[in-house]
Design a protein around this ligand. Structure first.
Ligand code: ADP
Ligand code: MG
Length: 320
């Protein structure tokens, strides 16, 4: 097995293009990296475990994409520019075809974002993928969870609930007849890196939506010491999710399903025109969906006058 992994390691040496700030990449005991002058490092790790975060029969190319995408989404949420990534793989066997496919998905996204694979670890055991991304950002421009203030407006990129709907359709065995673009929202999320960079310096507060709108806005509220009021009628929904919400009054789909990887942004209303421009420049619109208030907790006002209270739901409903 050891020898096979040595062979496989060649995959990693050529997986991504060279960067000038990588003085020494895959192949030695450590990578040697030159941090960007005037910037601070933004570092984040995520682990995906087979059986918990993905099915054993997952398409490896999609898994390679998604494992990197969820990490890049964290950099986007800080307004950071991605630079380097390390990859720790635990594999039950040295299946070269599986790994080649995994690395295709991983590498395509890494190349698209100019990220260099700078090292990692490969061990034998139950399948899991652990990734650490490194980016950099101007120290006074980083987007933080603790910077929301009463009076701020709440914005979100893209649309909400698509990955949640795709997950339901797959669980019901209906994925084959679903729109490919809907399933892609679950399998190949596009991290909003460009938007995050455009927002850095423009606003101060953002988070990426990985657990669901309610839960992640709840994180901002808890860290900032504020509350939030959402307007259900304003939520940006794809036609497929809108149809479900209208048919079943299923507001939990856009409010509480995870894996959207959109950015949630809080900013004073005076930023509105600049945010709209950033949305146009980056090709992903930002929609105003509510406001930050004094107090605590997240509430959503529905078109029929009802209110969904975070406290009434219990935390687990918000965090999947
Ligand atoms: P060491 O025994 O010194 O820790 P390894 O034999 O584990 O080194 O790895 C040799 C080289 O291959 C190192 O540069 C390491 O970063 C790289 N490497 C191992 N696994 C991976 C991986 N999954 N992705 C990227 N690089 C890897
Ligand atoms: Mg060593």
């Amino acid at each position: 097995m050891r020898g096979e992994f040595d062979l496989i390691r060649r995959f990693f040496e050529t997986a991504t293009p060279a960067r000038e700030d990588v003085l020494l990449g895959v192949g030695d005991d450590c990578a040697l990296l030159a941090p960007a002058p005037g910037r601070v490092l933004a570092v984040s790790s995520d682990t995906l475990v087979c059986g918990r975060h993905f099915h054993p029969d997952v398409d490896p190319e999609s898994l390679g994409h998604k494992a990197l995408a969820v990490n890049l989404s964290d950099l986007a949420a800080m307004g950071a520019e991605p630079a380097w990534v390390s990859l720790c793989l635990t594999l039950p066997e040295a299946d070269e075809a599986w790994l080649a496919s995994f690395m295709r998905g991983f590498s395509r996204l890494a190349v698209a974002h100019g990220v260099a694979l700078i090292g990692g670890d490969t061990t034998c055991g139950p399948l899991s993928v652990s990734i650490t991304v490194h980016g950099h950002v101007e120290p006074d421009r980083a987007l933080r969870r603790d910077a929301a203030r009463p009076g701020d407006a709440v914005y979100v990129t893209g649309t909400l609930g698509d990955a949640g709907l795709a997950l339901r359709l797959r669980a019901a065995g209906e994925a084959a007849s679903a729109e490919a673009s809907l399933m892609a929202r679950l399998d190949r999320p596009e991290p909003r890196v460009r938007t995050g960079r455009a927002l850095a310096g423009l606003v101060r507060c953002a988070i990426d939506i990985s657990d669901g709108l309610g839960a992640d806005l709840g994180h901002i509220c808890a860290r900032s010491g504020v509350g939030a009021e959402l307007d259900g009628a304003a939520l940006p929904l794809s036609p497929a999710v809108r149809a479900r919400v209208e048919r079943d009054a299923d507001w939990m789909l856009p409010l509480a399903s995870g894996d959207d990887y959109e950015l949630l942004v809080c900013a004073p209303p005076s930023c509105e025109a600049a945010l709209e421009q950033a949305g146009r420049d980056c090709g992903t619109p930002l929609t105003r969906i509510g406001r930050i208030v004094a107090g605590a907790g997240v509430r959503m006002h529905l078109p029929d006058g009802n209110i969904i209270e975070e406290a009434a739901l219990g935390h687990e409903h918000f965090s999947d």
